[in-house]
Design a binder for this molecule. Structure first.
Ligand code: PBG
Length: 326
C-alpha cells in the first residue's frame, strides 16, 4: 500500500523548508566572547583558536563596533593580565585589565549593546584556579565568595551590565547578588554559569587567557557523567536570584540544556566553547568538513535544544551571514 502520511511534502523545496523551519537564529541572541590583554600594543593571534585574538583596548573597540553593526546581542569580556598572584588581585583592582577594558567599552558602547564580564578568578591567579586556596592547596569555597563579591562590585562600577559568574562556587549567585545590592548596584544583572562541566573542550581557551593552571577543576566544575546534577545546579541558581542561567559547554551537553530549558522561568543560554570552535576550524582547515554548514548546524542544534542565547566565537560572522540571507 502507498503511504498516505507523507512528511516529505514539507521538505520538497527550499521555500517550503524555510516556511516550516522550527528553529531560527536571530543575531541579537548571539553573544561574542572577547579577550582583552594587558601589555600588548597590537592584537595577538590565539593559535589554538584560528581567527580569534587577544585584543588591545583599541582593537577591542573596533571589534565591538563590528559586533554592533552586525546586530550581535552583546559582548562578554575576559581579561588577560600581565601579573598574577595567589588571590587574583587584578580581578577587583579598578585598574585591572578587565575593569579597565569594561569601563572603556561600556562608556563608548553601553547604550548600543550589552557589555558583559566574566566573573571568575582563574585569569588572575598565579595557580590558575577559579578561587583562592587553603593552606592545604584546596579551593576554598567561602573565602572565594568574598573575592567574587569584590570583583562583582568592581565590574559593576566599571559599567558591566551583566556579570557572568563562571567559577562554580556554591552559593556564588546569592552572595554576589547581596554584595551588588548592598553597594547600590541592584540593576546589574547576573548570568549564572549554572551547569558548567569539567570539560576537555576548554583546552584552547587556556591558551587564549595564558592560563597558569596545573591539574584540573574537578572539585568545582561538574562531572560530565551527571545530567540530573546539572539541573539541580540550575534550580539552585534560580532560587538564588540568577537573571539568566547557562549550560556550558553546549554541543556535548544538549540533554542538560533541554532539561534546564524545560524548567527555567528566566532566559537560558549556552556557551559554545573554545574546543567546539577549534574542532570545526581544524577539520575545515584540513578540508574534511563543510565549515559554514557545520557552524550553522551546530548553532541551530543548540537553539533547538532550548537555548535562548548562545555565546559563540562565531557571533559576528554568523550575524553577518544571517543578515545577508534575510
Ligand atoms: C573560567 C572560564 C573558562 C571558560 C570560560 N570561563 C575556562 C575554564 O573553566 O577552565 C572557557 C571558555 C571556552 O573554552 O571557550 N573563567
Amino acid at each position: 500500500m502507498n503511504p498516505t502520511l507523507r512528511p516529505r511534502r514539507l521538505r520538497q523545496s527550499a521555500p517550503m523548508r524555510r516556511l516550516v523551519a522550527e528553529t531560527r537564529i536571530h543575531p541579537a541572541q548571539l553573544v561574542l566572547p572577547m579577550f582583552v590583554a594587558e601589555g600588548i600594543d597590537e592584537p595577538k593571534p590565539i593559535s589554538s583558536m584560528p581567527g580569534q585574538v587577544q585584543h588591545t583596548l583599541d582593537s577591542a573597540a573596533r571589534e565591538v563596533e563590528r559586533a554592533i553593526a552586525a546586530g550581535v546581542g552583546g559582548v562578554m569580556l575576559f581579561g588577560v593580565p600581565e601579573h598574577k598572584d595567589a588571590v587574583g588581585s587584578g580581578a577587583d583592582a579598578p585598574d585591572g585589565i578587565l575593569n579597565r577594558a569594561t569601563a572603556f567599552l561600556a562608556e563608548r558602547f553601553g547604550d548600543q549593546t550589552v557589555v558583559q564580564t566574566d566573573l571568575c578568578l582563574d585569569e588572575f591567579t598565579d595557580h590558575g584556579h577559579c578561587g583562592v586556596l587553603t593552606a592545604a592547596g584546596e579551593v576554598d569555597n567561602d573565602a572565594t565568595l568574598e573575592r567574587y563579591a569584590a570583583m562583582a562590585v568592581a565590574q559593576a562600577e566599571a559599567g558591566s551590565q551583566l556579570l557572568g559568574l563562571s567559577g562554580m562556587m556554591d552559593g556564588q549567585v546569592a552572595h554576589v547578588r547581596a554584595a551588588l545590592d548592598a553597594a547600590g548596584h541592584e540593576t546589574t544583572a547576573i548570568l549564572a554559569y549554572s551547569a558548567k562541566y569539567a570539560s576537555a573542550l576548554y583546552g584552547p581557551f587556556r591558551e587564549a587567557v595564558d592560563s597558569s593552571l596545573t591539574g584540573d577543576r574537578k572539585t568545582y566544575q561538574q562531572d560530565p557523567a551527571n545530567r540530573r546534577e546539572g539541573l539541580r545546579e540550575a534550580i539552585l541558581d534560580l532560587a538564588e536570584g540568577a537573571d539568566i542561567v547557562m549550560v556550558k559547554p553546549a554541543s556535548l551537553y544538549l540533554d542538560v540544556l533541554a532539561d534546564v530549558a524545560a524548567v527555567a522561568d528566566v532566559p537560558v543560554w549556552a556557551y559554545q566553547v573554545s574546543g567546539e570552535y577549534a574542532m570545526v576550524e581544524a577539520a575545515a582547515a584540513n578540508g574534511w568538513i563543510d565549515r559554514d554548514r557545520l557552524i550553522a548546524e551546530s548553532l541551530t542544534s543548540i537553539v533547538r535544544a532550548g537555548a535562548d542565547g548562545v555565546l559563540t566565537y562565531w557571533a559576528i560572522e554568523q550575524a553577518e551571514w544571517i543578515g545577508a540571507r534575510a
